[in-house]
Design a protein around this ligand. Structure first.
Ligand SMILES: Nc1ncnc2c1ncn2[C@@H]1O[C@H](COP(=O)(O)OP(=O)(O)OP(=O)(O)O)[C@@H](O)[C@H]1O
Ligand SMILES: [Mg+2]
Length: 368
């Protein structure tokens, strides 16, 4: 069984709580990303699982085995780091074979050859086995590093920002390769990244961290569509979420929200608002449509073409601003134009303005 379980795991450095009472379950064969900004506790979590750090409290299990007291080599895991440091004086074959050569008792040469060749074929680097690291590309080196981890057939793979040294195009290609590899191997993977698009595209579930605390743990679609708080809503997504303060108003039996861009219908029955009572609306750029209207108060102050999308920064009353996604082929909009904004009620999020905790998503019920 290659499940991973954290229960109440805490790690402190003096007064800094690097990881605060983490509870996390990774299922057999899952690809789980630990996502969060710099210093949020991602590497700490991975290093605790690997046995490179000792926890101050809590327990960590791999399968049904408590591993907290075990040294790294007894945990049956393989780790690939950001700087995957291949041995420069060894060939690709020798680099991949290295963990097997180090094993006691050492497998026989034919056995090693069979396993290295199988792993290399899976990774599409079977033709590079005789080369040295400096004779292959960065992406190929990355695959050799993965091969070195795979050859041991570990229970769990731990990857800490393994693609961060690659250029943008190669990252996306390696991302696809990794996903295909995971589908082919069915192995359990715990993957650290601060890149939300990487986490969203690769993972079965994403664990979002901030300030040493797990914020939300859910499949990518739920993280994106039902963020538990304003931090998650803003951190996940290619573009930042727009936040608008306002006041709830009743509008013909349904709830609406009065903002600097007018009254936004939320298309749902009014309900008692708890918490601080102050609300903040969260709207992603794609949940807002800009309609040309020369008489409108709101104006486009910036139009940015990003390939397939046109991002418009629109300023409303009281200097409030939102970013709106438009279609550069269909919407002939430019800086200076007056626009009316249409907010899709199904994609509006309401947060408590003080705690940031989500109050409701779209037309759904209020969050418990
Ligand atoms: N050896 C250490 N001594 C003191 N503080 C540390 C040490 N290692 C980590 N920390 C602190 O613990 C917190 C979590 O660090 P961690 O390395 O887990 O962050 P991270 O999410 O991996 O960030 P990054 O994206 O920058 O790699 C940070 O506040 C960091 O400064
Ligand atoms: Mg880190």
């Amino acid at each position: 069984m290659s499940t991973v379980t954290f229960r109440g795991v805490t790690k402190r450095y003096g007064a800094t709580v690097a990881l605060d009472a983490l509870d996390l379950d990774v299922g057999e064969g899952e690809f789980v990303s630990l996502l969060g900004p710099s210093g949020s506790g991602k590497s700490t979590t991975l290093n605790l699982l690997a046995g490179l750090l000792d926890a101050d409290a809590g327990s960590i299990m791999i399968g049904d085995r408590e591993v907290s007291q075990l040294p790294p080599e007894k945990r049956d895991i393989a780790m690939v780091f950001q700087n995957y440091a291949l041995y420069p004086h060894l060939t690709v074959f020798e680099n991949i074979a290295f963990p097997l050569e180090a094993r006691k008792p050492r497998p026989d040469a034919a056995n090693i050859r069979t396993r290295v060749e199988k792993v290399a074929a899976t990774l599409g680097i079977g033709n590079l086995l005789a080369r040295y690291p400096k004779e292959i590309s960065g992406g190929q080196q990355q695959r050799v590093a993965l091969g070195r981890a795979m050859v041991r057939d570990p229970k769990v793979f731990l990857l800490d920002e393994p693609l961060s040294n690659l250029d943008a195009r190669l990252r996306i290609r390696m991302r696809r390769d990794l996903k295909a590899l995971h589908q082919a191997l069915g192995s359990t993977i715990v993957y650290v990244t601060h890149d939300q698009s990487e986490a969203m595209t690769l993972s079965t579930r994403v664990a979002v961290f901030n300030l040493g605390k797990l914020q939300q743990y859910a499949p990518p679609a739920a993280i994106y569509g039902r963020p538990v708080n304003a931090f998650v809503a803003n951190f996940v997504g290619e573009q930042e979420t727009n936040f608008l303060d306002g006041t709830p108003v009743a509008e013909g039996g349904t709830l609406a929200f009065a903002t600097a861009f007018g009254v936004i219908s939320l298309g749902r029955p009014p309900a008692t608002v708890t918490g601080s009572g102050k609300l903040r609306l969260g709207a992603r750029p794609e949940a807002i449509t800009a309609l040309p209207d020369p008489s409108a108060e709101a104006r486009i102050i910036l139009a940015e073409l990003a390939g397939a999308d046109l991002f418009l920064t629109v300023r409303g009353r009281d200097a409030a601003e939102v970013v709106v996604r438009a279609d550069p082929r269909a919407d002939a909009l430019a800086a200076g134009d007056g626009v009316r904004l249409a907010f899709d009620p199904q994609r509006m999020h309401l947060f408590d303005a003080e705690s940031g905790v989500a109050v409701s998503h779209g037309g759904g019920p209020f969050v418990d």
